[in-house]
Design a protein around this ligand. Structure first.
Ligand SMILES: CSC[C@H]1O[C@H](OP(=O)(O)O)[C@H](O)[C@@H]1O
Length: 386
């Protein structure tokens, strides 16, 4: 995608990278740079990237080196701070350049509303200078950790109420743990907490084609926690439900429309359909910042289309015939009526029980003022959604 001036940006210089301890935070601000776990390298290698430019950060978000709706939001906010310090010199302060960088960060991945919300919140402090922008971004990192813990607690209560306080068989999709957030995770955070209480009999982990966030990342986090799990191909999940192997499905979200329709990793809609068929609770866990009340329902959510090569090859091995075309949406939309409950740090939203929660904070009011976005995004070969 060309930048704000219409020029195609020069490729970002490769960021520095180094090995890191297993419990390395997914994201941090260290000595004027963003230090992030490179999620593409897991589980084989725990490697961190040191990102010093907005271009490097955009490349990391688009390649899913940094991924997970809350995590990319926090990365975007820290990216505004990177830009602010870059454009703050003794000679003056180019706020317009920072705002242009913020717009490029928002466009890096279109579906997760957390990215747009967090970048806009950080950019709202630009006039106060780089230190204020960084302080706002770091405040969001702290808030994510606190809200994550509150949502996990609330969701544990709901799951135990639904399935009983006994060791439970859970199914989850993609990765929604500490790697995808600042600290606690969302759906996987719930699973890890239930595991700490001895209430997980087994977790079925959908591998999550094509980038295998489940098989690579969720399995890695569950293994570290000593929780029993099995990886399964995505298409085996409905059969597992039919076999009685699943008591509850727990997933995250990238954007929740005002009526409770949920955009999440591709494959989520099929899981919800199968769960409804087998009367299995289907629970979404996501922070309030994932709600987008400016978008009335799922038809207004932009679905990121990614490179077909992610489907026709893996890890450099071509699996489809040369030139094969592929359909590669990164997300799908699950209608609210298929969802048992959506749990955040503030509330449990049960579709059909009540009107969507009213916009309660400035971010919601700001979003409510924006027109809904186009319902789809088309894919360009350079990895940019248009
Ligand atoms: C708490 S992560 C939320 C959400 O983000 C993931 O998408 P991606 O791996 O493409 O960044 C996935 O949809 C998770 O459920």
């Amino acid at each position: 995608m060309d930048d704000a001036t219409g020029r195609r940006p020069a490729p970002a210089p490769e960021p520095a990278s180094r090995a890191a301890p297993v419990d390395q935070p997914s994201l941090a601000w260290v000595d004027g740079a963003i230090v992030a776990v490179d999620q593409r390298a897991l589980p084989g290698e725990t490697r961190v990237l040191r990102l010093t430019s907005v271009d490097q950060l955009i490349a990391a978000i688009r390649s899913l080196a940094i991924r997970g709706a809350p995590a990319i939001g926090l990365a975007g906010a820290l990216g505004v701070a990177l830009s602010a310090y870059r454009h703050y010199t003794d000679g003056g302060w180019d706020q317009a350049a920072v705002r242009a960088d913020a717009a490029r960060l928002v466009a890096a991945r279109p579906t997760a509303v957390n990215l747009a919300w967090a970048v806009r919140r950080a950019a709202g402090r630009v006039a106060a200078g780089p230190d204020a922008v960084l302080a706002e971004a770091l405040a969001m990192v702290e808030e994510d950790a606190a809200t994550g813990a509150a949502a996990v607690e609330r969701a544990c209560e709901l799951v135990l109420a639904r399935v009983g306080a006994r060791p439970t068989r859970l199914l989850t999709h993609c990765n929604t743990g500490r790697l995808a957030t600042a600290a606690v995770g969302t759906a996987l955070g719930v699973i890890l907490e239930l595991g700490r209480r001895g209430l997980v009999r087994e977790v079925l982990v959908g591998e999550t084609r094509p980038l295998l966030q489940g098989a690579r990342l969720t399995a890695w986090e569950l293994g570290q926690a000593g929780i029993a799990y099995r990886v399964c191909v995505d298409s085996a999940a409905p059969a597992a439900m039919a076999q009685g192997l699943v008591d509850c499905v727990l997933v995250g979200a990238d954007r929740i429309a005002a009526n409770g329709d949920v955009a999440n990793k591709i494959g989520t809609y099929g899981l919800a359909t199968a769960a409804a068929r087998h009367a299995i609770p289907f629970v979404v866990v996501a922070p309030e910042s994932t709600w987008d009340r400016a978008t009335a329902d799922g038809s207004g959510i932009v679905i990121e289309e990614r490179d077909p090569a992610e489907v026709t090859a893996y890890a450099g091995v071509v699996t489809a015939p040369p030139g094969a075309a592929a359909y590669n949406p990164a997300f799908d939309v699950t209608p609210a009526e298929l969802i048992t409950a959506i749990v955040s740090e503030d509330r449990v939203f049960v579709p059909g029980d009540a009107r969507p929660p009213a916009a309660s904070d400035p971010a919601d009011r700001e979003r409510a003022a924006r027109p809904a976005v186009a319902p789809t995004a088309s894919y360009q070969r350079d990895g940019a959604a248009t």
